[in-house]
Design a protein around this ligand. Sequence first.
Ligand SMILES: Nc1ncnc2c1ncn2[C@@H]1O[C@H](COP(=O)(O)OP(=O)(O)O)[C@@H](O)[C@H]1O
Ligand SMILES: [Mg+2]
Length: 373
Amino acid sequence: MTEDPWHFERRELATRTLSLLTKGPAQALTMFAPRRTGKTEFLIKDLAPLAEGKGHRVIYASFWQAPLSPLAVLLHALELSLKKGKFSDRIRNTALVLAPKLRLSAPIPGAKVEAEIDLTALDKKPPSELLLYMDDLLERLARKRKATILMLDEVQELAKSPNNAPLVAALRTSLDKRSSRLKAVFTGSSREGLAAMFGARQAPFFHFATPIELETLGRPFVDHLIKIFKKSSCRTLNRTEMLTAFERLHANPFFFRNLIEVLLLDTSLGIEEAVERVRYRIAAELGYPETWLALTPVQRAVAGLLAYGVDKPFSQSSREAMATALGESAPSPARVQAALRKLNKLGLADTYTGGWALDDPEFSAWIKETQKP
Ligand SMILES: Nc1ncnc2c1ncn2[C@@H]1O[C@H](COP(=O)(O)OP(=O)(O)O)[C@@H](O)[C@H]1O
Ligand SMILES: [Mg+2]
């Protein structure tokens, strides 16, 4: 389905997802999982090619660390998808063509001539005529026979500013109006952030989307990479050792791909050694020491507890443990909640499994190894 030999296909999940959207009652799906677990890779390399192959128009937009406002990102993605060509080519070009000015394909409601808008100027509350324009664009993009699939990545970013509320509401209306022609997949790497959008009673997306799960990768993923590794280097990696390494790297595809890279580059390295090198590299590249030092003492104490698997750090016993660590009286539950919220905002902690936990298991491991309990 994709030209990337290292990509491990999640074909079954893609088929199931697509049929949920096209045959089932779901008009919108949500998928939330921590960062670097393969959400984007799934959308772009599994779901999109499958849907496109079956004749659907596929549109992708990511709100992650976008230099432009969500409306600008969306308008850009929608305009781009009017252009001919394959999804994979369009995606490849997205980054290249993201210029400050966007030439609109039709006049803005109320105007006569086609307009060119300055995307960088859209950082405040979106003007209503542009929301109407977006609705019009979606109308033109929504196909009758084969529903158009809108993939919106990292949507918790939309819940971060009240300025985005009109956009979220408009999007909901646009989807509602075309329930059979327009389907959506939303992903997020913050369950708390997504809940703010989909769970809050008043939120326009309330009860709107059906959650789907991105399964963690397992042995078949490891076997696939061992096979491709052999093809490209003529070396056979020990399967048992690689499976242990995969566990050691928290069954995380990003970390495991890093390991493969290290092994490809340095043929003298044993697998265990390579794992340690990867862990060292991750800590440096993801900036664990800097992240840790930027936290306040209470936030560090809370993060420390989470690293040890405590999922209710506001409980009496947890707060007493923190008192000892901090060398002061026990922080109030409100102070602990504030620290949790801050850790969540920083993308460090979330409630994927119900209770609180650190997002990145490797960061947990790093904390346990480098900090006193
Ligand atoms: N199915 C897969 N096959 C091979 N590598 C994968 C797969 N899924 C994820 N990866 C690796 O993990 C990295 C992170 O995945 P990504 O989709 O960007 O995570 P997320 O969107 O959840 O943050 C990818 O860049 C890729 O190297
Ligand atoms: Mg992603």
